[in-house]
Design a protein around this ligand. Structure first.
Ligand code: NAP
Length: 269
């Protein structure tokens, strides 16, 4: 949290307004792949196996040095706290704030009884569900500050996070499955990071908050020939205000804990 405070301090020293803020963090606490489970899922439903994989093993109860749920802090609370601190700069820039979620943010992945996901073995997916709820829960307040907030998801694409547990054969096997999924009808297998960036880039550069439906999730999609388009999805907002209240309270607690953290060391003698 101290590094977030430092970022806030640096940004507010350097800039009087901020125009864009992308929340893109993808911290996971992976512990390998359940290869038997993976084989079964691929055999039973190819598209599902490379859209909503159930075979990635995630560690349970991992906390950060700040004693917060690690994935909760990295992917959601940390960015939220930075937004909370730089709100005047975002407001001055009439900024666009873009939360990067995922297809894998089904409500079943997160419980309001365990907001920091300390008992969960689906912390990555749960953090993306929290992103969805936090977007819905804060949308109106952000609008009142003159800030346009959007929720996006990039579909599925190759990135660093994929290669950690794969070897040459499994990497190219997975790539082949991605193309098969696209050819048999998945709109979400963008594969290429540039295509996956379409939704965030669309809302940042082309979208106008007055004519867009800000409660929808904007997704990067491709047809089976790889032609790109934007596809929106409804988001189930159950629990959005509870999540917003929890984040507000936690942010106030951290304001209090960090209040003496940064002192001006450049006092003229
Ligand atoms: N790849 C996919 O198929 C896919 C699917 C659905 C959604 N997404 C979403 O798309 C976005 C980009 O995904 P990606 O696959 O490109 O992810 P990635 O390369 O693994 O990571 C994205 C970013 O997360 C940052 N990050 C990781 N741990 C962090 C931490 N503890 N604190 C702060 N930042 C941290 C990394 O920062 P550093 O560079 O500084 O390490 C990196 O820039 C993410 O929000 C992800 O959830 C991706």
């Amino acid at each position: 949290m101290v590094s977030i405070l430092n970022a806030y301090y640096d940004l507010s020293q350097k800039y009087s307004a901020i125009d864009y803020f992308f929340v893109n963090a993808a911290q996971g606490v992976y512990d390998g792949i359940d290869w038997v489970g993976a084989t079964k899922q691929v055999m039973s439903n190819v598209i599902e196996s490379v859209t909503n994989p159930t075979y990635r093993i995630q560690r349970v109860g991992v906390k950060s040095a700040d004693d917060l749920g690690l994935v909760f802090q990295a992917n959601v609370f940390g960015p939220y706290y930075l937004i909370h601190k730089i709100l005047p700069l975002l407001s001055a820039g009439k900024a666009k704030v873009i939360w990067v979620s995922s297809l894998m943010s089904d409500p079943k992945f997160h419980s309001l009884q365990d907001i920091q996901m300390l008992k969960s073995d689906t912390t990555y997916e749960g953090s993306k569900r929290l992103v969805d709820l936090l977007h819905l829960g804060t949308l109106e307040e952000m609008k009142d500050q003159g800030i346009q907030q959007y929720l996006v998801q990039p579909g599925i694409f190759i990135s660093h996070s994929f290669s950690v547990y794969l070897n040459f054969f499994t990497y190219y096997g997975m790539l082949l499955l991605f193309y098969i999924a696209r050819w048999i009808g998945s709109p979400w297998h963008n594969i290429d990071g540039y295509k996956a960036a379409n939704a965030p880039v669309y809302v940042a550069t082309l979208a106008n908050a007055k004519s867009e439906q800000l409660r929808l999730k904007y997704g990067s999609a491709t047809d089976k020939n790889g032609k790109e388009y934007i596809k929106t999805q409804e988001v189930d907002g159950t629990g959005a205000s509870d999540v917003r209240d929890y984040f507000d309270k936690l942010a106030s607690e951290w304001d209090e804990k960090l209040k003496d953290q940064i002192t001006n060391t450049r006092v003229p003698i």
